[in-house]
Design a protein around this ligand. Structure first.
Ligand code: ADE
Length: 236
């Protein structure tokens, strides 16, 4: 099974790409997209850039190139007050918090005329991710709903709203768009995030300081997912 692995920033995927066996850049695509083998599995790896459109574009490209499951790895701002920098979040679901057609009678986060507003992560990938994440000492691991939007959240009031309106445990800028593409193609996905900041007034400073540590932790979880998958696995 070919696994597509995406991260928005260089530090989220670069070392995975460097670890590729038989790796090479995919030609003629306007993204940093590589193929090869990792932990015995055929993989596609991309740095997709920040935001929902970039992530959706690259996910679609990966589907076109034969990806059969998608894993997103990266950092996030904490919404759950129990989460600290370096803790890990594994998606149960993903929702787009910046979608608002409530005036038309849709729920906040619901894309008009789409049947769901939250996309469910694959249970097998989620369990593998949580098992892999449990290997870190002193790091909290939370399974929960991830809220995505084209906004860097740095405001306690917004944090409270994301918790109340969506039951979100963390905020980031890509995951739910990947989930939406995967749902269209009926492909399994999971989002792995490590906390770089608490999405409050100091979020910008913390993000810059802690992204390298948090991104490395999420990457380790992704490697654990790959190790946990049967080499001959035909589906999740
Ligand atoms: N990614 C990391 N921290 C974030 C934040 N505070 N808001 C949105 N995306 C993030």
């Amino acid at each position: 099974m070919t696994i597509g692995i995406l991260g928005a920033l260089p530090e989220e995927v670069e070392q995975l790409r460097e670890a590729l066996e038989d790796g090479g850049r995919v030609a003629d695509v306007p993204f940093e997209l590589y193929q090869g083998r990792l932990e015995g599995h055929p993989v596609l790896i991309a740095q997709c850039g920040v935001g929902k459109v970039n992530a959706a574009m690259v996910t679609q490209m990966m589907v076109h190139l034969g990806a059969e499951a998608i894993v997103f790895t990266g950092v996030a701002g904490a919404i759950d007050p129990e989460l600290s920098v370096g803790d890990l979040v594994i998606s149960t679901e993903a929702v787009q918090h910046d979608v608002d057609a409530t005036t038309l009678g849709f729920e906040v986060g619901q894309i008009p005329y789409e049947s769901v507003r939250c996309w469910r992560a694959d249970d097998t990938l989620r369990r593998l991710a949580s098992a892999s994440a449990a290997g870190f000492d002193g790091v909290a691991v939370v399974e929960g709903r991830i809220a995505s939007g084209d906004q860097f959240v740095a405001d306690p009031q917004k944090v409270a709203w994301l918790r109340d309106a969506f039951g979100a445990v963390c905020a980031e800028m890509e995951g739910a768009s990947v989930a939406q593409v995967c749902a269209k193609w009926e492909l399994p996905f999971v989002i792995v995030r490590s906390i770089s900041d608490t999405a409050d007034h100091g979020a910008d400073v913390d993000f810059l300081e802690f992204t390298p540590l948090a991104a490395a932790r999420a990457r380790q979880v992704v490697l654990g997912i790959l190790r946990g998958l049967e080499p001959s696995s035909s589906g999740c």
